[in-house]
Design a protein around this ligand. Structure first.
Ligand SMILES: [Zn+2]
Ligand SMILES: [Zn+2]
Length: 176
């Protein structure tokens, strides 16, 4: 079986005992733009651990399991790269049929034969918990809001008045 076909599953082919995976998604696939429809991950991530079960229950297909991956994101204060390990529990429900049949927003309705791209599923799960507020270290001083200097390396000549004042951001906007 080629790597491509391992990453695509068809609900129609699922055995009564379901499908169980315990393995890894390659970083190269998660970062490959041609490997799915969901935005690829930025370079620098690890392979993802993936432990999941896909079962046919009550007319629906339940995909549940756990995943974890180390990703490279950016410090929200100074923009330097940060390695972050993220993980999640996923619970997805799929059904085969036409889109008009959807009972709720909680399930994905797929046309026959119910093709699922597992790379896209995992990418969606990862983007949902993508670290937005990561910091390179708790004491990171960030960039100067006036001149952009990295305050971790050097102080700049800008006045340091009211840095924490809630309206200091507005003041910057007015200046421009
Ligand atoms: Zn930082
Ligand atoms: Zn400055």
């Amino acid at each position: 079986m080629s790597m491509g076909s391992l990453l695509q599953v068809q609900l129609q082919n699922i055995p009564a005992s379901g499908w169980h995976w315990h393995g890894k998604f390659r970083a190269a696939d998660l970062q490959d733009d041609s490997c799915g429809d969901i935005a690829p991950l930025p370079h620098g991530c690890s392979d993802a651990d993936w432990d999941a079960v896909l079962e046919h229950k009550g007319g629906c297909y339940h995909l549940g399991g756990r995943w974890s991956i180390s990703v490279r994101c950016t410090c929200c204060r100074c923009n330097s790269p940060v390695e972050h390990t993220i993980s999640g529990n996923m619970t997805r429900v799929f059904r085969m049929g036409s889109c008009d049949d959807a009972d709720s927003d909680d399930e994905d309705v797929l046309p026959l034969p119910g093709q699922i791209n597992l790379v896209d599923v995992l990418r969606e799960e990862i983007w949902l918990v993508w670290p937005q507020n990561a910091v390179c270290r708790p004491e990171c001083k960030g960039l100067c809001p006036h001149c952009g200097a990295d305050l971790n390396r050097a102080s700049c000549g800008c006045a340091v008045d009211n840095e924490d004042h809630p309206f200091s951001v507005l003041r910057n906007i007015v200046k421009q």
